[in-house]
Design a protein around this ligand. Structure first.
Ligand SMILES: NC(=O)c1ccc[n+]([C@@H]2O[C@H](COP(=O)([O-])OP(=O)(O)OC[C@H]3O[C@@H](n4cnc5c(N)ncnc54)[C@H](O)[C@@H]3O)[C@@H](O)[C@H]2O)c1
Length: 472
């Protein structure tokens, strides 16, 4: 097995990245040896063989006894053929759209729905009616009404449904939850949570890529931070009471284009192509970062063509992007007693850290400083007056994409389906939270964005009730 193949290429060649690659390889080897065996290999079909669909399906290569991919629906010929070949899929189960796949009835245990944000609703409803176990990428949908309908349909189906809130499954975030749940540090008073998206990652996805325009996908708080809102809810176990939010598109717009760049609209026509931090030449041609998105074949000539003529070769100051590149959310939780814990969430585009969260949690009897970038969780206990540091990756836990989350959630989903198939629903529920919990996290994100749009403090329960009435 070539473990390198299942990793995302990393832009920076720093010591830190080298360490991460080593940790990932070690942990993937550990996964191969662990004893989480499923009774009967779970069969799966993938709708959308893009970045996410391919990533989840990779688990079938690492752990063939867990899952076998037996079908795919993908309109892009090149992606479809590569995927079908990689998983040795029979021709009768290869489709260029999810509809003919659904029309065949239920041909596998599970479906991974990995189409883009505005294309989740219809397949989710169709596959739920066929009683598939469903892995549905986040966001569930791009509006509350569709999220509510999906939730109802999946609850009615009664099968296992995982929504791609992958961070709950990373060793880092699980360790934080574990520490909080012991109550060693007492009650949570405040959380400061930062999602540093990463300067070239933000430019790739939210300036040039799929999530650059709200009308075509969703707002950046939903696209990027529905994970973080879900973590805040999960760690505290509390609903949001009130929320306010500020944010805007501040940097990636024409007014900030360097004068020396002149009229250049494409990086390869620009005088700054060797010095601009966002130069497509540097990011994609020199460092080959995320080039599978530009050219699924991986051929240099295809990547060059994409940089010459596609959106990923365009100047980041000359796009039609409109999503926020920085946003803060202020939260007051509903605890139902005399205490009122609070949290702040910051999403920032221009960080060196690449989605490696920075978290501080202040509790009544201690605090936590957690830095995903340096794989360090520092815990101080006021009673014992002792401070200790933990590296949550120093173990045989699963890592891989998103700091272990992608493998972690796929493993949990497969084990849940396996338990369900054996008639053990309570074990299935231990692995995957109820769909309504994921829906609630989405509702909080919609409420926060509403607060930003209206420059107001939103009473979250009132907001939800109002919107739920309008969907019934
Ligand atoms: N959970 C996470 O952490 C996480 C991270 C990134 C993206 N996402 C979400 O995952 C989803 C997919 O993102 P991606 O980066 O893989 O996008 P992508 O563009 O790489 O993949 C989507 C694929 O769906 C295919 N598709 C389009 N119409 C289809 C149809 N009718 N039938 C079947 N396939 C069809 C496209 O051709 C494409 O290959 C998005 O909703 C995104 O927001 C989640």
């Amino acid at each position: 097995m070539n473990f390198q193949k299942v990793l995302n290429p990393l832009f920076r060649n720093s010591d830190r990245d080298a360490r991460k690659i080593q940790e990932t390889q070690d942990a993937l080897k550990a996964v191969m040896m662990d004893d989480d065996n499923v009774q009967e290999t779970v069969t799966a079909v993938v709708v959308g063989a893009g970045s996410r669909g391919r990533g989840y399906a990779d688990v079938a290569k690492v752990k063939p006894s867990w899952m076998k991919i037996i079908g795919v629906a993908e309109p892009n010929d090149e992606k479809r053929n590569l995927f079908a070949t990689a998983h040795n899929i029979s021709p009768e189960n290869i489709f260029d759209d999810w509809r003919p796949l659904a029309a065949k009835g239920k041909i596998a245990d599970v479906v991974f729905i990995c189409t883009l944000d505005d294309q989740h609703y219809e397949p989710a409803i169709a596959f739920a009616s066929l009683k598939y176990h469903i892995f549905l990428e986040k966001p569930m949908s791009i509006n509350i009404e569709e999220c509510a309908k999906i939730t109802d349909a999946l609850e009615k189906a009664g099968t296992v449904c995982a929504v791609g809130h992958v961070l709950r499954y990373s060793p880092f975030h699980r360790k934080i939850k574990e520490i909080l749940d012991t109550k060693e540090l007492g009650e949570i008073l405040n959380i400061q949570h930062v999602e540093p998206v990463g300067w070239y990652h933000f430019a790739h996805s939210y300036v040039r890529g799929n999530w650059h325009k709200e009308r075509n996908s969703t707002f950046s708080l939903m696209a990027k931070c529905c994970h973080d809102v879900d973590l805040l809810r999960w760690w505290t176990g509390l609903p949001f009471a009130k929320v306010s939010s500020f944010g805007s598109l501040t940097w990636f717009k024409q007014e900030n284009k360097p004068k020396e760049a002149g009229d250049a609209k494409k990086c390869l026509d620009c005088k700054l192509q060797d010095t601009c931090p966002y130069s497509a030449k540097t990011v994609y041609l020199k460092n080959r970062w995320h080039t599978s998105v530009l050219a699924p074949s991986g051929k240099l000539t295809d990547i060059e063509d994409a940089v010459k003529s596609g959106p990923y070769g365009r100047c980041v100051y000359e796009m039609d992007n409109d999503v926020c590149d920085n946003q803060v959310v202020n939260i007051q939780f509903e605890k139902g007693d005399h205490t009122t814990p609070t949290a702040t969430l910051t999403m920032i585009a221009t960080s060196n850290a690449l989605c490696e969260r920075k978290v501080r949690i202040w509790c009544s009897n201690g605090d936590i400083e957690a830095d995903e970038e340096n794989a360090k969780i520092k815990i101080t206990n006021f009673s014992t007056r002792q401070t200790r540091s933990i590296n949550p990756y120093n173990s045989t836990q699963v890592v891989g994409g998103h700091g272990g989350s992608d493998m972690g959630i796929t493993r949990a989903f497969i084990l849940a389906v396996d338990a369900y198939k054996r008639g053990d629903r309570s074990t299935a529920q231990k692995y995957i939270p109820p769909i309504r919990e994921s829906f609630t996290s989405h509702l909080f994100v919609f409420a926060a964005e509403h607060a930003r749009h209206t420059s107001s403090v939103v009473d979250v329960q009132e907001y939800i009730e109002k919107h739920m009435q309008s969907t019934t």
